[in-house]
Design a binder for this molecule. Structure first.
Ligand code: HEC
Ligand code: HEC
Ligand code: HEC
Ligand code: HEC
Length: 221
């Protein structure tokens, strides 16, 4: 009896003592609401530590060249470069099998890029399969060029500004971390999580994007 009483009392006072350490962070409490536009930044943060300890697989890296190659213009939805199981489905869960968290796909000899928007389940509303290389002809519509990377910081060692729009790009880690991230933009510090604490968007509208260039930049020459 004494022993049980001892355990109970000890346990009670131990938990009392720990209470301070376990103040629950309430997701939706009015004093703790995220700025809606910044919320997506935290979406994949539970994987941040895993990303930072992952070894880089040099043999299967993507580059920005092949990344842009699969898009009609900067910011356009990429086409689907692989066969699709069910021709008539919109995708949903079948696509998310591979694109929710990524991973290596033996058959395609590549890592599946993580979707920055797993909540938009009608994938094929926007992503079309590559059925033909001849159906569409180049037009003389004005091209929106992608901003350059490696030249977006004011001084060497300072955080580069975000040279792209944030719309549909709220979820930073989906594109900037993990084995499917293009090597030029894979972040060295995925574990910092709150990306926009240090990285500010350049306040330009898309058609104006000619990136700020550091005149003494040696990187992209
Ligand atoms: C078996 C796993 C798997 C499934 C299922 C799958 N994908 Fe993929 N997907 C991949 C892999 C791997 C790549 C990368 C291919 C490459 O780089 O050559 C890829 C590439 C893509 C890309 C190009 C991304 C980019 O950044 O260029 C799109 C878009 C895409 N898939 C959409 C879809 C859609 C939509 C579906 C559902 C109809 C789907 N995928 C189902 C594995 C999969
Ligand atoms: C409303 C349209 C829309 C829907 C629906 C949609 N996407 Fe996308 N997706 C886009 C656009 C636009 C981009 C390019 C974003 C950018 O480059 O800023 C993109 C980019 C991607 C990428 C490339 C990420 C990277 O590394 O750049 C993948 C993978 C992807 N989508 C997968 C999916 C999957 C899987 C689904 C369904 C679960 C889906 N998408 C639903 C519009 C859509
Ligand atoms: C859909 C994929 C995608 C998402 C999501 C995304 N980015 Fe990017 N980011 C890119 C690409 C691609 C580039 C290269 C320039 C371009 O094409 O826009 C880039 C460039 C950058 C650069 C410039 C890097 C350099 O070396 O100059 C920074 C900084 C950056 N992004 C930060 C962010 C932050 C912060 C977020 C989250 C709010 C974010 N990105 C979300 C794809 C993405
Ligand atoms: C504490 C401030 C801070 C936070 C938080 C932060 N960064 Fe950075 N980031 C920097 C600095 C400083 C550099 C420049 C590093 C250099 O030049 O050596 C940088 C560089 C980069 C680059 C260029 C490539 C590289 O890794 O050097 C990208 C892309 C980037 N950050 C994306 C991100 C993303 C995505 C997040 C969120 C997961 C993030 N950053 C969080 C400070 C930060």
């Amino acid at each position: 009896m004494l022993f049980i009483a001892f355990i109970t009392i000890w346990n009670f006072s131990y938990e009392k003592g720990m209470e301070e350490g376990y103040v629950p962070v309430l997701e939706e409490s009015p004093n703790n609401s995220y700025i809606p536009a910044e919320r997506g930044v935290f979406e994949r943060s539970e994987f941040a530590l895993e990303y930072s300890s992952m070894p880089v697989d040099k043999n299967h890296e993507r580059s920005l060249d092949s990344y842009y190659d699969n898009r009609a213009y900067h910011g356009a939805p990429p086409s689907i470069p692989h066969p699709i199981k069910e021709e008539k489905s919109l995708g949903g869960n079948t696509c998310l099998q591979c694109h929710q968290n990524g991973g290596f796909v033996e058959r395609l000899n590549a890592y599946a890029p993580v979707s920055p928007h797993p909540e938009m389940v009608n994938c094929r509303q926007c992503h079309v399969a590559q059925n033909s290389n001849t159906l569409f002809k180049p037009a003389n519509l004005a091209q929106v060029h992608a901003p350059k990377v490696g030249v977006n910081n004011a001084m060497i060692g300072t955080p580069p500004m975000i040279p792209h729009q944030i719309q549909m790009r709220e979820n930073c880690l989906a594109c900037h971390a993990g084995p499917a991230a293009p090597k030029e933009i894979r972040v060295t510090h995925p574990e910092r999580v709150n990306c926009r604490q240090c990285h500010l968007p350049t306040d330009r509208i898309v058609s104006e994007i000619t990136p700020f260039t550091r005149t003494n930049s040696h990187k992209n020459e």
